[in-house]
Design a binder for this molecule. Structure first.
Ligand code: OSB
Ligand code: MG
Length: 368
C-alpha cells in the first residue's frame, strides 16, 4: 500500500482525576496522534504514548514530535509499504525512541488492516473475542479514599486491582487493603521506586498473596530483579525493564521475572509486541497488556494486541470513562463486568471522532 500523507497531532486532554505514581502526578495528558492516509482515502491511526515530561522513561512528547517529523515520517510518506512488519527494518538505523516509532507503526497497522477489511486484532493473529481487564489505581493521600476507590472498581467488576506503591506507602498500606478486601485479586506496581537495600520491605509483601509485584527495581535492570526473584515468593512482573524481544529473552534466561507487562509503545510497536508474545508463549511466561493512560485510539490498539492467546492475565485496558469525560473514539471503550469484547470491525474497530480530536489538538502538521 502507498502512504499518501501523514498527519501528526499534538493533543492535550485533561483526565477526570489526577493519577499518582512513585514518579509523579499527571492529569493533563499531552500526547501525539498519527494519522496515515492511503490513496484510496482510508485513514489509519496510531497514538504516541509519551507524556509531557520524561518521568516514566526517557521519551517525552516534544521529543517524539521531533523524532517523527525529522526522521520517521519522511521514511514513509509517498512510499509503498507491503506489510507493516517491514517498518521495523526501515526504522532500525534510528536508535530507541520506541514510543515515537510505535505511534507511526501503529497507524500503518490500522491502515493495513482496514485495507484488508479485517480487524487489527485478527491481522495481528489475535484469537480471543473477549479479554479480561483490571484497573490500575494511583496513590491516594488517605486510606479512606483508597478503600472507596477500590470498592468502586470492585463493584464495577474489574478482574484485578493494581495499586501503585512507593517507599512509605507499601507494607502498612497493603495490610490495610487486605483487611478490607481479603480475597480480591490484587497486585502492586512500584515503578522502580526500590533497590535491593529495601529487601525487607519487598519480602514483607509476600504475606499478602499478591498476584505479582510490578517493576520494583530500577528501569532497565535485569540482574538485581533476578536476585530479588530468588528471595521473594511474589512473582516479579517487569514493565520498565523490557524494551525489546532481546530484553525479554535475557530476562527469561536470567530469571528476572515470572510475568511481563507488555506495552506496545515501550517496545517500539506491534511487530515487536508479536515477537515478544511468541517468545513468552514458548517460554511459559504469561503476559498482560499494560496501559499508558491512553486515549481511545491507543486503547483500541491495546485491546487488539491483548486478543493474542498468551495474554492470559487481566490488563490495564480499562473503560474510556475511567480516564475521560468524553473519549475521542466512537463508541467508547466499555468494560462490562471486567470483560471487553474485541471488536471485529476493520482496523482498530472504533471510529475516530474528528470533532473531539480537533477540540484537543494544540498543534498539527501535514506531511505529503
Ligand atoms: O507503570 O503501568 C505503569 C500509567 C502511566 C505510566 C505508567 C504506568 C501507568 C499505569 C496506568 O499503571 C495504566 C493505565 O490505566 O493506562
Ligand atoms: Mg508499570
Amino acid at each position: 500500500m502507498k502512504i499518501k500523507e501523514v498527519i501528526m497531532y499534538k493533543m492535550k486532554m485533561r483526565m477526570k482525576n489526577p493519577f499518582t505514581t512513585s514518579f509523579g502526578t499527571e492529569q493533563d495528558r499531552e500526547f501525539l496522534l498519527v494519522e496515515v492516509r492511503s490513496e484510496d482515502g482510508l485513514s489509519g491511526w496510531g497514538e504516541g504514548v509519551t507524556s509531557e515530561r520524561p518521568l516514566y522513561s526517557e521519551e517525552f512528547t516534544l521529543q517524539s514530535w521531533y523524532m517523527l517529523e525529522e526522521f520517521l515520517i519522511p521514511l514513509v510518506v509517498g512510499q509503498k509499504i507491503d506489510h507493516p512488519d517491514n517498518l521495523q527494518e526501515l526504522f532500525k538505523p534510528y536508535k530507541r525512541n520506541h514510543m515515537a516509532k510505535s505511534a507511526l507503526e501503529g497507524a500503518v497497522w490500522d491502515l493495513y488492516a482496514k485495507q484488508n477489511g479485517e480487524s487489527l486484532a485478527k491481522s495481528l493473529g489475535g484469537t480471543k473475542s473477549r479479554i479480561e481487564v483490571g484497573i490500575s489505581l494511583g496513590i491516594e493521600n488517605s486510606y479512606e479514599k483508597l478503600m472507596e476507590s477500590i470498592q468502586a472498581k470492585v463493584d464495577e467488576g474489574y478482574k484485578r486491582i493494581k495499586l501503585k506503591i512507593k517507599p512509605g506507602k507499601d507494607v502498612e498500606m497493603i495490610r490495610e487493603v487486605r483487611k478490607h478486601f481479603p480475597d480480591i485479586p490484587l497486585m502492586v506496581d512500584a515503578n522502580s521506586a526500590y533497590t535491593l537495600d529495601d529487601i525487607d520491605v519487598l519480602k514483607a509483601l509476600d504475606e499478602f498473596d499478591l498476584m505479582m509485584i510490578e517493576q520494583p527495581l530500577m528501569a532497565g535492570d535485569l540482574i538485581d530483579h533476578a536476585k530479588l526473584q530468588k528471595q521473594i515468593s511474589t512473582p516479579v512482573c517487569l514493565d520498565e525493564s523490557i524494551h525489546s524481544h532481546e530484553d525479554a529473552r535475557q530476562a527469561i534466561e536470567l530469571g528476572s521475572c515470572k510475568i511481563i507487562n507488555l506495552k506496545i509503545g515501550r517496545v517500539g510497536g506491534l511487530t515487536e509486541s508479536k515477537r515478544i508474545h511468541n517468545l513468552c508463549e514458548q517460554a511459559g511466561i504469561p503476559l498482560w497488556c499494560g496501559g499508558m493512560l491512553e486515549s481511545g485510539i491507543g486503547r483500541a490498539h491495546n485491546i487488539a494486541i491483548a486478543s493474542l492467546a498468551n495474554f492470559t492475565l487481566p490488563g490495564d485496558t480499562a473503560s474510556s470513562s475511567r480516564y475521560w469525560n468524553k473519549d475521542i473514539i466512537q463508541p467508547e471503550v466499555i468494560a462490562e463486568n471486567g470483560i471487553l469484547t474485541v471488536n471485529d470491525h476493520p482496523g482498530i474497530g472504533y471510529g475516530v471522532d474528528r470533532n473531539e480530536v480537533a477540540k484537543h489538538t494544540v498543534k498539527k502538521k501535514i506531511f505529503d
